[in-house]
Each structure stands twice: as C-alpha cells, then as structure tokens.
Design a protein around this ligand. Structure first.
Ligand code: PXP
Length: 254
C-alpha cells in the first residue's frame, strides 16, 4: 500500500523473501556459492514482491558487498533489516534501499529473538528514523504486537510496523492451541490499531506452510517477510517451488 492509498482499501498481501540463509550456507564454506544474488533473481522471476536482507553487525550471513549486487541484479524493492546503530544507518543511507526495517540485535542470539523496544528507546531511535525518512527510505519497526509499541511507532513517525510472529510460531509448533489463538488475536488487534492510525502492518518470523494462513488472513497486514523456512524448504522442492507454494497459501486466504 502506498502512503496515500485509502486505509481500508482491499490490498494484495505482498511476500518479501528473506534471502539471508542462502548467504549462511555460502559462508559455511567461505566461497561464493550459493550466491544470494541468484536467489534474489529467482524471487523476482517467480513473482515475489520484494527482497529482504539483514546485514548483521557480525556479517554472519549477508555481507556489505551483497547489498550492492542484490540491488543491481533485480528491480524488486530491497527491505534492509538493520540494527539501530550509526554504522548501519550510514550503510543504509549509502545504499538507499526501498525500505529499512529496524530490528533489535544481540550479538549472541541465533536469530532476532524479540521485538524492538520502540517505547523504551524513543530517544535513541528518533534521529535514526528521521534520517532514514529524510532520505526517502520507508522505515519499519520490528515490534511485538503490543499497543504501547504501536503508540511508540506513532510518536516516532514510522510509516510501517512489522509484527514479530515468533511467539505465535513457537506456540503453533508446540501445539499450544489456546495460547496460539490468543497471540493471533493480539496480532490482529495490533494490525487494526496500526491501521486506524495510518500505519501499514507487516509481519514475519518463523512463518511456515503450516502456520502462515491465519496471519495472512488478517486483512490489515500488507506484507509478510519470510526467510528461514523458504530457504530450508528449497532444499527439498527448490526455491521457486517453495515461494510458489507459500504465495498460493497466502492467496487462498485473501
Ligand atoms: N522479519 C524480520 C524483521 C526478521 O528479522 C526476520 C528474521 O531475520 C524475518 C522477518 C524472517 O524470519 P524467518 O527467517 O524466521 O522467516
């Protein structure tokens, strides 16, 4: 949805494919195969709506040079996931991606474990959000589906929030049906609150063929960002097959 689109217009649900873990496999051997750029080209060819890549402080998957190459290889919008640091801000401003999703980052974590505390870090985040916005980069904040975090996103002037679906995904995996339904309601209520305040909602983390549909069915959610599962599934059915199946599952419920 563009900034000026009516808030309640029916929208196509976009699929952003996170290609970080193609780079994880590449880096395991230290060479240049498999190349995340080739993955980006496949995402583009198969009708994905965007490329998502997280340049982590420790460069454990995507590296600086990958960003340039990804942007050159495809016309798809790049959503750069980044920690709120001076170093990452400078890189984002240099590359000028379509979007920047600010995520919390701890060196020792295996993956992004929780949402950004936008409420607690207002003063740290405000100048970063402003500088990204001034450069024309669409800023998103990766937050837990909680009203206080959405209110913080409003105060920060972020046009987009991405809801962390990790807790939902874990509960689904553990068969905790009631708790999972409660988390789903939280995400749905959060998306409604964001929409009411003119903020676009995205969602991601831990989404799979099995758990994607209830999230995809939330009408205010405009984009899902999915990575690890698609790259894992690509081993068995190919990246094209994995993206196509995810796209079909999403479309079934919209
Ligand atoms: N969205 C954000 C903001 C993320 O940090 C991640 C993980 O890097 C994802 C989506 C994708 O999560 P997953 O790899 O579990 O699909």
């Amino acid at each position: 949805m563009r900034d000026n689109a009516p808030q309640n217009a029916p929208q196509k649900l976009r699929l952003g494919v996170n290609i970080d873990h193609v780079a994880t496999i590449r880096n395991a051997r230290g060479g240049d195969h498999p190349d995340p750029v080739r993955a980006a080209e496949i995402v583009s060819a198969v009708g994905g709506d965007g490329i998502t890549a997280h340049l982590r402080e420790d460069r454990r998957h995507i590296r600086d040079g990958d960003l340039e190459r990804i942007m050159q290889a495809t016309a798809l919008p790049l959503n750069l996931e980044m920690a709120a640091t001076e170093e990452m801000l400078e890189i984002a401003l240099r590359h000028n991606p379509h979007a920047a999703c600010i995520v919390p980052e701890k060196r020792e974590e295996r993956t992004t474990e929780g949402g950004l505390d936008a409420a607690g870090q207002h003063n740290h985040l405000a100048p970063i959000v402003t500088r990204l916005r001034d450069a024309g980069i669409r800023v998103s904040l990766f937050i837990e589906p909680e009203p206080r975090q959405i209110e913080a996103a409003i105060r920060l002037g972020a046009p987009v929030v991405e809801f962390h679906t990790g807790r939902y995904a874990h509960l689904a995996l553990d068969g905790e049906t009631q708790a999972m339904q409660a988390e789903l309601r939280k995400i749905s209520d959060a998306a409604a609150l964001a929409s009411k305040n003119g903020i676009e909602s995205h969602a991601g983390h831990g989404l799979t063929f099995e758990n994607v549909q209830p999230i995809a069915a939330i009408p205010q959610i405009a984009e899902l960002n999915i990575g690890h599962y698609l790259v894992g599934e690509a081993i068995f059915i190919g990246l094209e097959g994995a993206i196509t199946k995810m796209r079909d599952l999403m479309d079934e419920v919209r």
